[in-house]
Structures are given as structure tokens and as C-alpha cells.
Design a protein around this ligand. Sequence first.
Ligand SMILES: CC(C)(COP(=O)(O)OP(=O)(O)OC[C@H]1O[C@@H](n2cnc3c(N)ncnc32)[C@H](O)[C@@H]1OP(=O)(O)O)[C@@H](O)C(=O)NCCC(=O)NCCS
Length: 169
Amino acid sequence: MQVKTPEQSKTVLTDMVLPGETNPLNNLFGGELLARMDRAASIAARRHSRRITVTASVNHVAFTKAVPLGSVVTVEAKVSRAFKTSMEVFIDVWIEDRESGEKTKANEAIYTFVAVDDIGHPVAVPQIKPETTLEKERFDAALRRKQLSLLLAGKIKPSDASELKALFK
Ligand SMILES: CC(C)(COP(=O)(O)OP(=O)(O)OC[C@H]1O[C@@H](n2cnc3c(N)ncnc32)[C@H](O)[C@@H]1OP(=O)(O)O)[C@@H](O)C(=O)NCCC(=O)NCCS
């Protein structure tokens, strides 16, 4: 089985916030950011699997900081863990100060993608070997998040969520 690193899937999308993409407070509309994150994450999942990939779930989104009109926004996505046919993708969103160029973390999200064949059937993906400390932390917690997502979707029973149960022991 082929093994790849998170870095090999890294996808960076940089764009501006334009009028028409904002809410009445002139900050980036949440749905617009979700779409940008979905696009970057989908490319990261495709780079990892070299397959067609579909969004299976959005596991977590934190809109921590508003993104004002005119901001330069960088969306960075990397596969954090691969399972059999699914991949967890971690997305970090940064905004850039106009004068200093300094980047501030604005949001983050975690999406799950599934690699599929031409008729939409799930297919196996390469495994992943995390390298940095952050990649290792994200890798280690990913099984717990997968079980939580499957539990919330009604796809597994609480008794099957072994990693989640271990948290409460
Ligand atoms: C995602 C999809 C391919 C899964 O198909 P399925 O028949 O449920 O297939 P499986 O049960 O074999 O699941 C496939 C993988 O997805 C994972 N998965 C399915 N639902 C999940 C969820 N809610 N959260 C996390 N993982 C999930 C399974 O655990 C499995 O992972 P693994 O093989 O790595 O262990 C199917 O539901 C689909 O095509 N959905 C529509 C996708 C789409 O159109 N997205 C865009 C939305 S507009």
C-alpha cells in the first residue's frame, strides 16, 4: 500500500473578499467561506488519492474571526489522515494585514472526503504518514473525530465508538 505525507496534498488558495461576497456587516459571508474551504479541501483530497473525491461530511467549522471586505484570504488544506476510502482534511484560514503582510489565523475547519470511482463507488486511498508535530496531533485525533461524525450521522452505534468511549474512562 502506497504511503504519502500530508505535505504532498497541501493546497493553498489565495483570494480577495469582494463586494457581493459579504454579509450586511461587510464581512465575508459564512457560506462563501465554506465553499472556498470545500474547494481547497477537495483538491487536497484529490492530490492525496488521485481519484474523484466527494464531500462526505463537514465535521467542524469555527468562524473565530470576521473577515472584512477587501481582505486577502488564504485557505490552506491538507489531508490529516486517510482511512480505507475516506480522508480527513484539515483547513486553516489566514488573513493578511495590508501594510505589514503579517498573517493572522481567522478560521479552521475539518471536512471528510471519500474517493470514488467513475460511478460513485468508494475506492481505497493511500495511507498517510504525518511528519510535523501538528500533523501528528491531527492524525492521532482523527479516528475520534471520524467516530463522532459517524455517530452523529447515525452510521454507527455508541457502543462501536471505542475511541470516544476511551475519552470518558
Ligand atoms: C460519501 C459517500 C460516497 C459514502 O457512501 P457510502 O455508501 O455511505 O459508503 P460507505 O458506507 O462505504 O462509506 C465510505 C467511507 O465514508 C465514510 N463516511 C461515510 N459517511 C461519513 C460521515 N458522515 N462522516 C465521516 N465519514 C463518513 C465511511 O466511514 C467510509 O470510510 P472508510 O472506508 O475510510 O472507513 C456517499 O454517501 C455519497 O456519494 N454522498 C454524496 C456526496 C456528495 O455528493 N457530496 C457533495 C455534497 S453537495
